[in-house]
Design a protein around this ligand. Structure first.
Ligand SMILES: Nc1nc2c(ncn2[C@@H]2O[C@H](COP(=O)(O)OP(=O)(O)OP(=O)(O)O)[C@@H](O)[C@H]2O)c(=O)[nH]1
Ligand SMILES: [Mg+2]
Length: 318
């Protein structure tokens, strides 16, 4: 690792956005080298505040993220933006879309923007969202804003890596709030009623507030903030509420307990991956599997006994 990436790592530590982009590509695309890089960067992580922004397609998330980014810069904070874009027709290419949408941010050295395509939904790339945030965290960003369309598993992964999750709703989704996926309402720690320059915003705010009151919580009552992302109205308040949520997490001890939990989950997940690869790539396991398929096919054993035999053999031969 040292020989191949030491130059890049040195530049990265000195704050080079170019080096950061290169390392991110490695982390996203090369599992082994990526793991080595993450391992190297680990001591630099866990300083950033991570905020997930999710909501239905076209709710104004990207517009909002840009305004939030600017407001954070006004407040003297460095910003990382991760746009997890499904291969949707909306932006016609994630990176280009964000470049066009966020021109002022792209040239600011205090802002780093990364777009990730999910390649058709639940692909392996989506699973790297956390790692991309980890790298930006190590890069020294004060706040990392992660945009996802709230349509699948991705936003749940993002909610798991983010300390605060903002769900963006719009008035035209007004009566669909009942039909909105329960999961989306469930993960919201803040609600943002965007496009509040349109009719129905106040009614939607009331509906969301009613819904939020019925939520059994951990002592946090999710606030509902009205915004107009196109002109930035409500964005400072949104950031104030986020700051309050952060302070709540700190004061209640949830920040540290969740951090422990996520470390545990991460270790288990990494070990799990490693075990699977370790076992299935062994030639004798492949041979055993092939034999067991035939035996099961011939009715001499069952899939249940076959699976047990594989695990027992794998453990015994370690
Ligand atoms: N009237 C009004 N339009 C808005 C507002 N916020 C965003 N828009 C517009 O809504 C459209 C979609 O905005 P985006 O920011 O691309 O929405 P998004 O949620 O990121 O969209 P996807 O990433 O494709 O799901 C754009 O045309 C915006 O200009 C707002 O507060 N009021
Ligand atoms: Mg967007």
């Amino acid at each position: 690792l040292e020989s191949t990436f030491s130059g890049l790592l040195t530049e990265f530590r000195a704050g080079s956005k170019r080096a950061c982009a290169r390392l991110l590509s490695v982390v996203e695309n090369e599992p082994d080298a990526g793991t080595a890089i993450l391992d190297e960067l680990y001591p630099l992580m866990d300083r950033a505040y991570r905020v997930g922004i999710t909501g239905p397609p076209g709710a104004g998330k990207s517009t909002l993220v840009e305004k939030m980014g600017r407001e954070c810069r006004n407040r003297g904070k460095t910003v990382g933006i991760v746009a997890v874009d499904p291969t949707s027709p909306f932006s016609g290419g994630a990176l280009l879309g964000d470049r066009v949408r966020m021109p002022s941010l792209f040239t600011d050295p205090g802002v780093f923007i990364r777009s990730m395509a999910t390649r058709g939904g639940l692909g392996g790339l989506a699973a790297r969202t956390k790692e991309v945030c980890d790298v930006l965290d190590a890069f020294g960003r004060d706040i990392i804003i992660i945009e996802t369309v709230g349509v699948g598993q991705v936003e749940l992964d993002v909610a798991a890596t983010a300390q605060s999750t903002v769900v963006v709703l719009v008035p035209e989704s007004g009566d669909s709030i009942q039909t909105m996926k329960a999961g989306l309402m469930e993960i919201g720690e803040l609600f943002c009623v965007n496009k509040s320059d349109r009719d129905g915003a106040d009614r939607l705010v009331m509906e969301v507030e009613t819904m939020v009151e019925m939520k059994k919580g951990d002592g946090w009552m999710p606030p509902v903030v009205k915004t107009v992302a196109t002109n930035g109205k409500g964005v400072p308040e949104l950031l104030d509420r986020l700051e309050e949520h952060r302070r709540f997490l700190e004061a209640s001890g949830l920040l540290t307990s969740r951090r422990r939990e996520s470390i545990r989950d991460e270790i288990v997940e990494l070990a799990d991956d490693w075990l699977r690869r370790e076992v299935w790539q062994r030639p004798e396991v492949a041979a055993q599997l092939a034999a067991l398929v035939e035996q099961t096919f011939a009715g001499r054993t069952t899939p249940y006994k076959a699976a047990e035999a594989i695990v027992k053999q794998a453990v015994a031969s370690r």
